[in-house]
Design a protein around this ligand. Structure first.
Ligand code: ADP
Ligand code: MG
Length: 155
């Protein structure tokens, strides 16, 4: 368990390096929403709850969903820029929601960041993280956090 940390900010564009094609799109949070809050050493894979407040999305899409998050330094920016990105366990039917407001509640740490030998190893690791995260978020201690005030009426 950590925090929980509460973040709210816009969904921004990342590198679009194919995470969608790999099956695990990650909604990247606007750095302005976390850079003052997060300790410089915070990195890793976390699980928590997320909602996307976009009035043009169907109601079920705007609900609070399980999320698997990566917090880490981006080598592309010479490790100067950190990203907070979330795979949300909901099928958005191919719809993007860039610029929408994302609420993120970071609840538990699951593993440190790692370098992988190949793309396939990375995909396998994320697949395992998502499966683990879905189950872990069903435990009463973490289910309880879903009702956090961060989500307002969406919870
Ligand atoms: P980027 O590099 O711009 O973050 P990604 O390939 O990681 O691109 O795709 C992320 C985008 O896909 C999100 O910003 C969002 O608009 C969309 N998206 C669709 N479904 C999901 C989902 N289940 N979880 C996260 N993002 C999703
Ligand atoms: Mg992304």
């Amino acid at each position: 368990r950590v925090g929980p940390y509460r973040f709210a900010g816009k969904v921004v564009k990342g590198f679009q390096r194919g995470s969608k094609q790999l099956g695990w799109p990650t909604a990247n949070l606007d750095p302005a929403a976390f850079e003052k809050q997060l300790d410089a050493s915070t990195e890793g894979v976390y699980i928590g709850w997320a909602s996307i407040a976009d009035p043009t999305l169907p109601e079920e899409a705007r609900a609070v969903h399980k999320a698997i998050l990566s917090i880490g330094w981006n080598p592309q920016f010479e490790n100067k820029e950190r990203t907070v990105e979330a795979y949300i366990t909901h099928d958005f039917q191919g719809r993007d929601f860039y610029d929408a407001q994302m609420n993120l509640l970071v609840c538990a740490f699951i593993r440190p960041q790692a370098k992988f030998e190949s793309f396939q190893h990375l995909i396998d690791a994320i697949t395992a993280d998502v499966e683990f995260g879905r189950n872990a978020l069903d435990t009463p201690e973490l289910v309880e956090l879903r009702a956090d005030g961060l989500f307002g009426a969406a919870a």
